[in-house]
Design a binder for this molecule. Structure first.
Ligand code: NAP
Length: 485
């Protein structure tokens, strides 16, 4: 296993612009902290708005030649990057755990998941298709071509610092788009490591440019309003997504928005309860509950509610809290103190309205930002946590009697990313899955993410899809050529 100091030292901490590692113009840097200890791991370059313009200049300069690069070669570069990611899984996982906090086993899982986006889009690069048709009156022909959208701005969150990057960079690179990518300031190191991996794989200068900054709005808004970038792909909160959509309206940028969630998890009384509890643990505790796909509300049919709640409390109470690097730790720290305060407020609000604490219910004293795995029963629908993303290890359970009531509660949210459903009745499964207002449904399974499947939400959870055969379309324009015959 590589040492912590070595993996942090091995990452270049400067901006990656036009294929070169560059200091921020004013020489500014910012500290990256380990959320398990609060200690500063290292300093990275803090881009200013003029660095942003330099990155967009580089992406614009590289666009034509990258669009004309043979698709097979674009795919082969992604494939080499996939191979390097998988061959360095241990050191990259450690880097991720240090800056983001998730347990090492989960970080390893994310490196594998992230790498798979490169493998998938390496294969998609050579399958960009078009069309040829005879006009209905028989006197003309239609040619339909798919072309790269053009220079793209990509913004990613801290919770999956590698996979959210490859989920955007994979299709952008495969489609022939250049990009400027900005990772979250809490977790810049994974993206910097990824830039080096892409350079090692032979990606030409300027195709991917990385900006690390504490001034997200100051650096990105001028690029969005600049007019040369043709696309914004964002993953993050719905609140920030709304602001960015407004900014994009000025130059009518194409947008892809992967936003927040508030996933319901329905357990019917005919469900396999062992499978439902296993699935609930995955849906809740993956990434310490800090996932857009995290089950945020558990609705359980009355006859099995007590048994389900008891088993969940046993499983959650048996988790091991610790720094993600510690042997056996299953629950790492939340990203920062603000996250702990938010979870604390939401739990206090629910208990103040009558919810019962079955296990957990409080933060762990510092150092680090830990919250105990928590199960709450009898959570009323007016509780704030029924409406807001908890983003922490808290499972609120409420009871329902009928299928209609379950659906009403599940759909009573502005979000629509994913819903989970446990039942052994296939007719009910299909009926309920069709009526759930969500872009994705986990049917008797607690994880839906897969690079080969279309990931995305409806309602205020987003626009567009990432992954699957449609993922590359987000970076392609359709051009129709009318041919006289
Ligand atoms: P966030 O606060 O919205 O930030 C996301 C990214 O946007 C970060 O890089 C952030 O940088 C940047 N940002 C913030 N304000 C900006 C602005 N005005 N202009 C340009 N960039 C700006 O979200 P987060 O707390 O990092 O991530 C958690 C959220 O992401 C949750 O709501 C979660 O559900 C959602 N998420 C969704 C998906 C999905 O696929 N649907 C996947 C993962 C996460 P700084 O923080 O450095 O300012």
């Amino acid at each position: 296993m590589p040492s912590e100091t070595n993996v942090v030292d091995s990452v270049d901490k400067e901006l990656f612009i036009g294929g070169k590692w560059t200091r921020a113009t004013d020489g500014k840097t910012f500290g990256v902290r380990d959320p398990a200890t609060g200690d500063v791991l290292c300093q990275v370059a803090d881009a200013s708005p003029s660095d942003g313009v330099a990155a967009l200049d580089a992406a614009v300069a590289a666009q034509d030649s990258w669009a004309n690069h043979p698709p097979r070669e674009r795919g082969e570069i992604l494939h080499r990057a996939y191979q390097e990611l998988t061959s360095r899984v241990d050191e990259l996982a450690l880097l991720m755990t240090l800056e983001m906090g998730k347990p090492l086993a989960e970080a390893r899982g994310e490196i594998g998941y992230a790498a798979e986006f490169f493998r998938w889009f390496a294969e998609e690069a050579v399958r960009i298709d078009g069309g040829y048709a005879t006009a209905p009156n028989g006197t003309g022909r239609f040619l339909v071509a798919k072309q790269p959208v053009g220079p793209s701005l990509l913004i990613t969150p801290w919770n999956f610092p590698m996979a959210m990057g490859t989920r955007k960079l994979g299709p952008a690179i495969a489609a022939g788009c250049t990009s400027v990518i900005k990772p979250a300031s809490q977790t810049p190191l994974c993206m910097l490591a990824l830039a080096q991996i892409l350079a090692n794989a032979g990606l030409p200068q300027g195709v991917v440019n990385v900006l690390t900054t504490t001034d997200s709005n100051g650096v990105m808004e001028p690029l969005i309003r600049d007019g040369r970038a043709r696309k914004l792909s964002f993953t993050g909160s719905t609140a920030v997504g709304r602001t960015l959509l407004e900014q994009c309206s000025e130059k009518v940028l194409r947008t892809s928005m992967e936003l927040g969630g508030n996933a319901p998890f329905l357990v019917f009384d005919d469900a396999d309860l062992d499978a439902a509890v296993d699935g609930a643990m995955l849906a809740k505790m993956r990434n310490i509950g800090e996932a857009c796909t995290a089950a945020n509300r558990f609705y359980v049919q009355r006859d099995v509610a007590e048994e389900f709640s008891r088993r969940m409390a046993d499983r959650m109470g048996a988790q091991t809290i610790g720094r993600g690097t510690e042997e056996g730790a299953t629950v790492g720290p939340l990203i920062n103190e603000a996250a702990v305060s938010k979870v604390t407020d939401l739990v206090d609000d629910a208990t103040g309205r009558g919810a019962k604490v079955l296990t957990g219910g409080s933060a762990v004293d510092g150092p680090g930002h830990f919250y105990r795995p928590t199960v709450l029963a009898d959570v009323p629908t007016e509780a704030r946590m029924a409406k807001e993303e908890i983003f922490g290890p808290v499972a609120p359970i409420s009871v329902f009697d009928t299928e209609d009531e379950a659906l009403r509660m599940a759909n009573d949210t502005e979000y629509g990313l994913v819903s989970y459903l446990y039942t052994s009745d296939i007719k009910r499964a299909l009926r309920v899955a069709e009526r759930l207002e969500a872009g994705m449904v986990g049917l008797n399974q607690g994880i839906v993410s897969n690079p080969a499947a279309p990931f995305g939400g409806v309602k205020q959870s987003g626009l567009g899809r990432e992954g699957g055969t449609v993922g590359i379309d987000e970076f392609l324009e359709t051009k129709y050529i009318a041919v006289a015959t």
